[in-house]
Design a protein around this ligand. Structure first.
Ligand code: NAD
Length: 495
């Protein structure tokens, strides 16, 4: 019998009010049933929000350094169980073990950062314009945070949101992606074990349409932190505006690597393979466009195709595997449909382009590493997020054209340039319209203590990671203390 999992509401593990469950299966082996998870309802969400609202009254008064100490413990437990969690995550999500270990490590780094932030949470103070008066400003928690996350970083992304939310004194209603509910459950179990009081963290499994929508529409949710597709992000933004919620959106990407003719091609080759096919291309920062200087185009494509065709696609738990499966059947169909679109648009398929369905691949959602050349910037495969192992190669004549092509997208998350010319590197840093630019590194590799996010349709101006996310999870309180013993009027008495 498969294990049946529950929601966590107001300090208790409970079934959904619907009594219904859905199956969570291994994307590398769909005969492997991981467990059954609740199909929750709006009623479950309401119960979770009520619990979070009530718990906020006391949690906000716990000193931030004490809240941070709990997060320190969370980091310690994650460290102790890193290997087990990584293995479970590979089974649930498919990416190779080295990557799921990295995913847990990002949670550990975020926990320790949050723990230390409990002793900072700095405010800005400035002198008063009047005598015998003091001005202060400090951070207050916002209230109940709705946290809605995708499946591609099942541990790291929830921790980026939940840990700072908690350290700042907010309470949380957490809705993870339906494809990765097990890792989300593990995270909540660890938070409970570390000492997070009842009602402060609540977990509600289920669909975006029902559970996500109920969170977004509730007047009792004070802020939403969402990572996912641009389409859903826009929908959330519209709905949340009706109750004037604060909303942080981390959305899609169409990230490109530029390789100039003076670049170290071996270094660039490693970076492109990692950026395009790591996590099976299912990263918001994945390299999905490759902009090659015409002088190195042919040689680089040859080297790349040679390596890409040799990548070992398989079960991520097998140490010889380079690339795991797509997350589910529907996502693999999306990838396949984009390959057809690319062919119809006139791009040249030089590698892959097919579902892998036989032998050791027969039970999972595998797709071959795919490369298109002869891609023009206007083609859909050069503009739309595919979220799979498909790389579109565009040839350019110089840096100006490369940057123009790079910026020819509605997204603006990550970007990269390989060059040994310092002037070109700085020009690219200045002119590429993206939240992140790597020099001589691939488009992936964010570190937990640096601002993370994008411009244009990748987001709405907020940043996760590092100290920047603490702005999102706090309200400013400004305090004026007049110890003059008389009425002093700002802007009037200081002339
Ligand atoms: P998705 O938008 O389909 O779902 C994300 C989450 O939102 C899930 O939990 C889902 O159940 C929920 N959801 C869906 N519809 C909803 C609705 N109407 N109301 C409320 N919640 C709803 O995205 P996905 O397929 O899980 O993830 C892939 C996408 O996430 C890609 O576009 C990728 O680029 C993006 N992503 C962005 C970042 C970033 O930091 N910029 C990081 C990772 C993934």
């Amino acid at each position: 019998m498969p294990k049946k999992y529950q929601n966590y509401i107001n300090g208790k593990w409970v079934d959904s009010s619907s009594g219904e469950l859905y199956e969570n299966r291994n994307p590398a082996d769909n005969e492997d049933l991981i467990g059954e998870f609740p199909k929750s309802t709006a009623r479950d969400v309401e119960a979770a929000i009520n619990a979070a609202k009530q718990a906020f009254d006391s949690w906000r008064l716990v000193p931030a350094p004490k809240r941070g100490e709990i997060l320190k413990k969370v980091g310690d437990i994650l460290t102790e169980r890193k290997e087990t969690i990584a293995r479970e995550m590979t089974r649930e999500m498919g990416k190779v073990l080295a990557e799921t270990r990295g995913d847990v490590q990002e949670g550990i780094d975020t926990a320790y950062y949050a723990a230390s932030e409990g002793r900072r949470l700095f405010g800005y103070n400035a002198p008063s314009e009047l005598p015998n008066k003091m001005n202060l400003s400090f951070r207050m928690p916002v209230g109940v945070a709705g946290v809605i996350t995708p499946w591609n970083f099942p541990m790291a992304i929830p921790t980026w949101k939940i840990f700072p939310a908690l350290v700042c004194g907010n309470t949380v209603v957490f809705k993870p992606a339906t494809d990765t509910p097990k890792t989300a459950t593990t995270l909540v179990e660890i938070l409970i074990e570390a000492g997070i009081p009842e009602g402060v963290i609540n977990l509600v499994h289920g669909s975006g349409r029902v559970v996500g929508n109920a969170i977004v529409s509730s007047p009792d949710i004070d802020l939403i932190s969402f990572t996912g597709s641009t389409e859903v992000g826009i929908d959330i933004s519209e709905k949340a505006s009706k109750t004037l919620k604060r909303v942080s959106l981390e959305l899609g990407g169409k990230n490109a690597v530029i390789i100039m003719d003076d670049a170290n091609l071996e270094l660039a080759l490693e970076g492109v393979l990692w950026g395009a096919f790591g996590t099976t291309g299912q990263r918001c920062t994945a390299t999905s466009r490759l902009i090659l200087h015409e002088k190195i185009h042919d040689i680089f494509v040859k080297l790349l195709v040679d390596k890409a065709t040799k990548l070992n696609v398989g079960n991520g738990l097998d140490p010889t595997t380079d690339m795991g499966p797509c997350i589910n059947s529907a996502q693999r169909d999306v990838v396949d449909s984009y390959v057809k679109i690319g062919l119809e648009e006139g791009a040249k398929l030089v590698c892959g382009g097919e579902k892998l369905t036989t032998g050791r691949h027969s039970k999972g959602w595998f797709y071959s590493p795919t490369i298109f050349t002869n891609v023009t910037p206007e083609m859909r495969i050069a503009r739309e997020e595919i979220f799979g192992p498909v790389l579109s190669v565009i040839k350019v004549k110089d840096l100006d054209e490369a940057i123009k092509v790079q910026n020819n997208t509605t997204y603006g998350l990550s970007s990269s340039i390989y060059t040994n010319n310092i002037n070109d590197a700085f020009k690219a840093i200045r002119d590429i319209k993206a939240g992140i630019t790597y020099v001589n590194g691939p488009t992936i590799g964010a570190e937990a203590h640096m601002p993370f996010g994008g411009v244009k349709q990748t987001g709405n101006g907020h940043r996760e990671g590092g100290w920047t996310v603490y702005d999102f999870f706090t309200e400013w309180k400004t305090v004026y203390i007049d110890f003059s013993g008389k009425l002093q009027k700002a802007q009037i008495d200081n002339n």
